[in-house]
Design a protein around this ligand. Structure first.
Ligand code: ATP
Length: 233
């Protein structure tokens, strides 16, 4: 469960997010759309506990985010532009590092399982610096799944992916939905991005200008988006 109330983020004199409020119940899948500069990544960073808002409150599973941020972080799986992976380590060693950091039991087995889930078993011992963008993103997905997070946050996960990686990502997202995890995904990709959504947000100029259940066919949603935002970008 995510509860955001009146979140505002200012950087200098600039208002990046203005009075954003929403509740996302457990098991809901939300897609956030919006043009460049709308404030999507800033919203993502606040939700991922990577940035503090200027004002407003954020609760995760009923717990207010403040000093308890570190404990709450274990409940969040994050997939973003930063893969949080170490170049010189192999796929296995990268994930073992995280498994140990989170104190997972049966770490080696857990690592093997998630690496299989993203189809990287043949690259188990390969250093990450030799990975393609698609492989890196698959390993980032595996890292996110390792801790069995209740809430999964994704920032533009389709960017730069090859077809195989897109299919794996879609499969993983489908599983997360079946398992009733809470998912919030920021994307430009209407085609892939809204298929599994229960609810759509549109962010424009730092404001939440649309928050509706996903009952629309794609063309209608694109029309709504154009009306709210003005352009596709
Ligand atoms: N550290 C910063 N200092 C000043 N302005 C910033 C900073 N970070 C973001 N901004 C500005 O805040 C606005 C929102 O940025 P943000 O990256 O959140 O948007 P976005 O919707 O994710 O855009 P994109 O799709 O292009 O990544 C932009 O106008 C950006 O220039």
């Amino acid at each position: 469960m995510i509860e955001m109330k009146d979140i505002t983020k200012k950087i200098g004199d600039k208002i990046i997010l203005k009075n954003i409020s929403f509740n996302i119940s457990s098991g809901q899948f939300v897609t956030v759309l919006g043009p460049n500069g709308a404030g999507k990544s800033t919203l993502f960073k606040i939700l991922a506990l990577l940035m503090k808002p200027t004002s407003g409150t954020l609760k995760i599973n009923g717990v207010t985010v403040n000093e308890s941020g570190i404990a709450l972080r274990a409940k969040l799986g994050v997939i973003s532009h930063n893969s949080f992976l170490y170049d010189s380590l192999s796929a296995r060693d990268n994930l073992l590092f995280y498994a140990k950091m989170y104190g997972l039991k049966n770490a080696e087995r857990a690592v093997k399982e998630v690496i299989q889930q993203v189809g990287l078993e043949l690259s188990y011992y390969q250093p990450v610096k030799t990975f393609s963008r698609g492989m890196l993103q698959r390993l980032a997905i595996a890292r996110c799944l390792l801790t069995n997070p209740e809430i999964v946050l994704l920032d533009e996960p389709y960017t730069g992916l090859d077809q195989q990686a897109i299919e794996i990502l879609n499969k993983v997202l489908k599983t997360l939905k079946t398992e009733k995890r809470t998912v919030l995904m920021i994307t430009h990709n209407f085609e892939e991005g809204v298929t599994l959504s229960d609810r759509i947000f549109i962010l424009n100029r730092g404001q939440l200008v649309f928050d509706e259940p996903n009952t629309y066919v794609l063309d209608t949603l694109k029309e709504i988006y154009l009306k709210k935002v003005g352009v596709f970008s």
